[in-house]
Design a protein around this ligand. Structure first.
Ligand code: ZN
Length: 610
């Protein structure tokens, strides 16, 4: 069969109306009438987003004649049968400032291919080329392009034509355009670019490049200790800095990030803020995905179905283990020390223990139901679900310590990751050209763990992956000289509820299972106005509430007045202790410390979803 090419053009057509104009030309359309569609979701973010709803206008033509289009479903169109090349032209509304969608205004343009490029059914394996055009507005003369899409007829960072080997590749290289700041570095010979869009006065790009270089080099060497060979020929970090935002999405040779500008370092200030460590942790997380989930994949992601949910019980492996390694790589690359590292681990532990949902939903279930539960959280989520990110990272820690213990320190989780890489990840995209790519199944990953440990691990997976048992981290850590201690001082009385931040009312955002407020009949959404007849002021409500409750002891009964919608209600609340977990991790003694750091003992990371 003759090699075919699908041709796209994309131009930021109307900055004020936030519209990209896109055309796709199909030289050999389906003789029965070509079907085209946009994906309903973007890989890496497990929720149906139905991107086609942002297509404002669409028309088709052949030889300058209009061709009828029939809408088949929410994502798809079918053109009437034609003889000759078929061209579709459409506008895409781009006003979603997230790493998952598309965004366009006079300051910049950003898009994921899933938001803008129609898939030509049946021709997904053709070469896909895209001409990225500069906006005609003279104010955009200085705009440049950042993307990991391979260049075809374009200069590096220039507008022009880029080419992808197939549709999956086309949508896996997001594009940023604008007057971004840029710094480049290499890691084991591979060029890396870091671009940041948004106003960040005096951003210390040099420091970011130095730190990222260490992280990237550490990860490349982690997966390929002998060859130090990276799976991509070039990598691009695309950050968008805002006043308040957080997020990241992984791709095969790049990542799109949203961060706070206050996370980024300032020239002349060498302090390492918690926020900057968080930012580097995010970069480290997305970079680790270059291997884990972009190439080592669950079986159901080996060939994506982009129109429907793709279920897998394994997100604890792809997100949880990545969360474990993100901060661990900061430690291994010398960016943070052990004390800082352990404080990040204990933060994750406390977060997991806070939610009663961990006793109801297993990691396997949390992974499988990500589409409707983790990604669509509501006020009851802490009572009903567990995060495959945070508990998944603790699982990785427990498995790592178990492997080290069982093998007398000879093997670790690192060996599992490298085995997964060698057996399924390294050749993934080569095999995908012939459709022979494979993914990981529950059975295959468990078999690999047993192969490495030399012991039966079924009960471990039954308890902690398919079951809801808490991970025995205190006992496991003790063997390695790290002590888990309860750092909560006196048990204070509390409602067992969380007040909504940024609302000028004492409104309950979440009410926890079996705790004082819920037992008394209070509900998320209730607005507390008084405790024992004393007003809870709406300004700084949380502090005001804590101050009022601080006058009581555990076991006391109080009267709470609250509005549910517009109805005033009265509750008799018996105060339980505000049982917030405050566990801390400490290195037991200097000797252990030495032994441990030479063995490079690992610990988990990241609290937020990314
Ligand atoms: Zn992730």
């Amino acid at each position: 069969m003759q090699a075919m090419t699908i041709h796209y053009t994309i131009v930021p057509a109307d900055l004020s109306a936030h519209l990209f104009k896109v055309t796709v030309r199909v030289d050999k359309p389906d003789s029965k009438g070509q079907v085209c569609m946009l994906p309903a979701w973007i890989p890496g973010s497990y929720m149906l987003r139905e991107f086609a709803r942002h297509i404002v206008q669409i028309k088709a033509r052949c030889n300058e004649k209009k061709v009828a289009l029939t809408k088949l479903d929410k994502d798809s169109w079918q053109a009437a049968a034609v003889s000759g090349a078929l061209t579709l032209e459409y506008l895409v509304y781009a006003w979603d400032l997230s790493v998952r969608g598309a965004h366009l205004d006079q300051t910049h343009g950003f898009y994921n291919g899933t938001s803008v490029f129609l898939r030509v059914a049946g021709q997904e394996m053709a070469r896909h080329v895209v001409d990225i055009q500069k906006p005609s507005d003279p104010a955009c003369q200085q705009w440049r392009v950042a993307t990991s899409l391979p260049l075809w007829k374009a200069a590096l960072f220039g507008f022009g034509t880029y080419a992808a080997e197939n549709y999956d590749a086309l949508i896996d290289h997001p594009v940023e355009m604008g007057e971004f700041a840029l710094i480049s570095f290499t890691a084991h010979g591979v060029p890396h670019d870091f671009v940041v869009t948004g106003r960040v006065p005096n951003c210390d790009l040099g420091r970011i490049a130095r730190d990222l270089k260490k992280i990237c080099a550490t990860q490349i060497a982690f997966f390929e200790p002998k060859t130090k060979c990276a799976p991509m020929t070039r990598y691009v970090f695309m950050a968008f800095a805002v006043g308040d935002g957080y997020g990241g999405l992984e791709h095969r040779a790049s990542t799109a990030l949203i961060c706070n500008r206050s996370d980024l370092p300032v020239k002349g200030n060498d302090e390492t803020s918690e926020a900057y460590i968080g930012f580097l942790g995010l970069c480290s997380h997305e970079y680790f995905h270059t291997w884990n989930v972009k190439r080592i994949k669950p079986a159901t992601f080996a060939k994506y179905d982009l129109q429907h949910e793709n279920y897998t019980p394994l997100l604890w492996l792809f997100e949880g283990f990545t969360s474990y390694y993100d901060d661990l790589m900061l430690l291994r690359s010398g960016i943070i020390d052990e004390v800082t590292y352990l404080s990040l681990v204990s933060k994750t532990m406390n977060g997991v223990l806070r939610g009663d949902g961990r006793l109801k939903q297993s990691l396997a279930e949390s992974s499988f139901d990500a589409w409707t539960k983790y990604y669509r959280q509501d006020e009851n989520s802490p009572n009903a679900i567990v995060s495959y990110y945070t508990k998944g990272s603790l699982l990785a820690l427990a498995l790592d310590l178990t492997l080290r213990r069982e093998t007398g320190g000879k093997k670790s989780l690192d060996d599992l990751m490298r085995l997964l890489w060698k057996s399924t990840g390294r050749d993934f995209y080569t095999l995908s050209l012939t459709g022979d790519q494979q993914g990981v199944t529950e059975a295959s990953v468990e078999a690999m763990v047993e192969q490495i440990s030399g012991v039966k691990m079924k009960s471990f997976f039954d308890r902690y992956v398919r079951g809801t048992a808490d991970l025995p981290l205190g006992a496991l850590y003790a063997d390695f000289g790290v002590v888990l201690t309860d750092q909560a001082d006196v048990k204070k009385p509390g409602l067992g509820a969380k007040v909504a931040p940024d609302i000028h009312d004492c409104k309950l955002a979440q009410v926890f299972t079996g705790r004082s407020a819920q037992v008394a009949g209070m509900s998320a959404g209730d607005v507390i106005v008084a405790i024992d007849g004393l007003r809870v002021t709406s300004k700084d409500a949380q502090t005001n509430l804590s101050r009022l409750l601080g006058r009581y002891s555990v076991g006391d009964s109080i009267e709470v007045h609250a509005f549910r919608r517009d109805e005033l209600m009265r509750f008799k609340v018996k105060l339980q202790s505000d049982d917030v977990p405050v566990w801390g991790l400490k290195i037991r003694d200097e000797q252990k410390k030495k032994a441990r750091s030479s063995a490079k003992l690992p610990r988990p990371g990241g609290v937020k979803a990314r």
